[in-house]
Design a protein around this ligand. Structure first.
Ligand code: RUQ
Ligand code: CUA
Ligand code: CA
Length: 645
């Protein structure tokens, strides 16, 4: 370690720490456990422990961040739900949970996975049953215009099955899902911010998707031992049609994804440069990489027919491997070497830099956008020259948020801290200025942060107000609720010189990534337009039962406190479709329809229409009832479905 680094390391309080090597990693899990200094109440029943640590600052100050009854939050926070497969909407600073948006999961509140409309979006097998029942949402990012959120869509990944979903921001409902071919473990995703060549397109038209797990490209069970031939793939999805436009074959793997402000580049950090199949192989190299994709060149290559297709997929796959890209001037991909097993790559709001954290190296690597473009022009000898800073910031650095005032905030998983570092100081220090001090503040969080993000920090309008730390463990922070603990989202005020922890919010497992958006950027509708639904039953007088052979359609309306039919009759063995339109126009007047023993449960919001289809295989009387409290006579709001034997 040279003098310059040593001095900064001392300032940063991490002088003894160097790159973690593979041997050290064998002890990683022990290290994680040791970081939680409170002993876990193991087999013994756990009572609420007395409040532990002294408050970081006066309680009166915490009150500043409370939202009084009847008051509205200043920000929305949109969050992925991890292995729940959903997304969530919170208010900040209150941390109140407003809504869970079903995406890849089933949800019997909304009827997601129950209604015909949602099944069509989720995808079905030939027999009409759902193709998948599971999902794993990690990263949620809205569409952009002019470098900031335009309030149209949010995009979220499904890591398990390699799917990308789109959520409409006016209704906060999932409207499209696409499954990426040739991809397993689809982890990072990010929309583009403008077109790389057409200046008129200053908004999102593409969504980039990083494939994490390398697999045989024709994954048919015939070539499973040829692990050196496993590949992972970077994909581009059209933001409107949600069809896969093109894919890029890469060496190593993709992890998180970021996009540039000028539309020219997308990037992904890579922790498995080694292309290993076992974890010790994945951390054998001292350096990994951050990959930059030249979007315009990739699209030219596709147009010119320089692609292949694999495994029955029709999507063009261009070659982004090092072997296929020896000349930077024609390269599609630039591999910038970064610290060992990085996790996370984030673009700074001024569009100049990308921070790619080490995870197994105590460093964040700062890469300059213009220098990557220079590499593509053939003006750099080595892609590593695009690196302009590499401050030592602490152990287990993962994700970085920016405040728009030149500071970066990185989560340190192993140190269980948020570290604030100054970008310009880090650049000066890297150039040899011994007086430059990149690390300016540290704050302990409880415990082990994964993602961290700032208010509007992924836009050019980063406002530097809040940082939210999504922690992976909560331990003693909340009342005990059995072996599965909630996670903690800790709200930190970053508006001053010192970070201030201002709230602990318990969150249901497991938010990975979120964004913080001022409320004025979100414009939702409270009532649907009945004409949006071609199958709407527009008048209670139109309620009826129509039969075509064994196919029966029940046309139904809801209007508090009645359904449009008091009873309807079908025959055993009929294929029954119920179409239900909610005729109520009043905001917040939602009805539900549940049918016992037929596994049907869904809601219809004001002026909305939904349908379900099922086989009437059980004769008898079935009370179809309203599930959503709508009226003083809500319990009386029910009809009989009569199934003749
Ligand atoms: S990951 S804790 Cu799935 Cu976003 Cu980094
Ligand atoms: Cu309608 Cu309750
Ligand atoms: Ca590695």
């Amino acid at each position: 370690m040279n003098d310059k680094k040593a001095s900064q390391s001392e300032l940063a309080g991490i002088g003894r720490r160097k790159f973690l090597n593979t041997a050290a990693l064998a002890g990683l899990t022990v290290g994680v456990a040791a970081c939680n200094d409170k002993p876990a109440a193991s087999a013994a029943p756990s009572a609420a422990a007395p409040a532990a640590a002294p408050a970081a600052h006066a309680a009166s100050e915490v009150g500043k961040y409370e939202v009084a009854p009847g008051q509205l939050d200043e920000y929305y926070s949109f969050s992925s739900g991890g292995h729940s497969g959903e997304c969530r909407i919170y208010g900040l600073p209150s941390g109140r949970l407003f809504k869970r948006i079903p995406v890849f999961n089933m949800d019997c509140l909304v009827g997601w996975g129950v209604t015909n409309e949602s099944k069509k979006i989720l995808g079905t097998k030939p027999d009409g049953s759902l193709k998948y029942h599971t999902g794993d949402t990690h990263h949620i990012h809205p569409s952009y215009k002019d470098g900031t959120y335009d309030g149209r869509y949010m995009f979220v990944n499904d890591k398990i099955h390699g799917r990308l979903a789109r959520i409409r921001m006016d209704t906060m409902e999932t409207d499209k899902i696409v499954e990426l071919p040739l991809v397993q473990g689809f982890h990072g995703t990010f929309p583009d911010k403008r077109d790389p060549v057409d200046p008129a397109i200053n908004y999102t038209t593409r969504v980039f998707c990083g494939g994490e797990f390398a697999i045989p490209l024709d994954n048919n069970g015939k070539n499973m031992d040829a692990t050196a031939d496993y590949r992972s793939i970077f994909s581009c999805v059209d933001a409107e049609s949600m069809e896969v436009r093109w894919q890029v074959l890469v060496d190593g793997n993709c992890d998180l994804v970021a996009s540039s402000y000028d539309g020219k580049l997308a990037c992904t950090n890579q922790y498995n440069t080694e292309n290993g199949v076992h974890y010790e192989d994945m951390m054998s190299a001292e350096m990994d990489a951050c990959l930059f994709f030249n979007i315009a060149r990739i699209e030219e290559a596709v147009k010119a027919g320089k692609f292949k297709t694999y495994g029955g997929s029709k999507v063009p796959v261009v070659d982004g491997t090092k072997a296929g890209n020896s000349d930077p001037k024609t390269s599609l991909v630039c591999y910038v070497p970064v610290g060992k097993n990085p996790h996370g790559v984030n673009a700074s709001p001024d569009g100049k830099y990308y921070a790619c954290s080490g995870k197994l190296s105590p460093t964040a690597t700062l890469i300059e956008h213009d220098l990557v473009l220079k590499w593509f022009d053939g003006d750099l000898k080595d892609a590593r020259e695009a690196v302009v800073a590499e401050p030592e910031i602490g152990l287990g650095p993962l994700h970085t948020g920016f405040d728009g005032r030149g500071n970066a905030y990185t989560t340190l998983f192993l140190d269980s801290q948020i570290v604030k570092w100054n970008v310009e100081a880090a650049i000066k220090s890297y150039k040899g200025d011994k007086t430059a001090q990149p690390v300016v503040d540290r704050l302990d969080v409880m415990y082990q942060p994964g993602h961290g993000f700032t208010s509007m920090g992924e836009t050019k309008d980063a406002d530097g107000k809040y940082f939210l730390s999504d922690n992976k463990f909560s331990k003693d922070r909340f009342l005990p609720v059995g072996p599965l603990h909630p996670e903690t989202a800790q709200l930190i005020d970053i508006s001053g010189d010192k970070m201030k922890l201002v709230a602990d919010h318990a969150v249901y497992s497991e938010p990975h990534d979120s964004i913080i958006v001022p409320r004025n950027l979100v414009r939702t509708r409270q009532v649907y337009d009945i004409d949006e639904f071609p199958n709407a039953v527009k008048d209670a007088k139109d309620c009826r039962v129509e039969r075509k052979g064994k196919k029966v359609t029940v046309y139904l309306t809801s209007q508090a406190p009645t359904f449009g039919l008091r009873e309807w009759t079908v025959k055993r063995g009929d294929e029954v479709t119920i179409i239900l339109t909610n005729l109520d126009k009043v905001e917040d007047l939602t009805h539900g329809l549940a049918i016992p023993k037929y596994d049907i449960n869904f809601i219809v919001n004001p002026q909305e229409t939904k349908s379900v289809t099922f086989i009437a295989d059980k004769p008898g009387v079935y009370w179809a009832y309203c599930t959503n409290f709508c009226h003083a006579l809500h319990l009386e709001m029910r009809s009989r479905m009569l199934v003749e034997a």
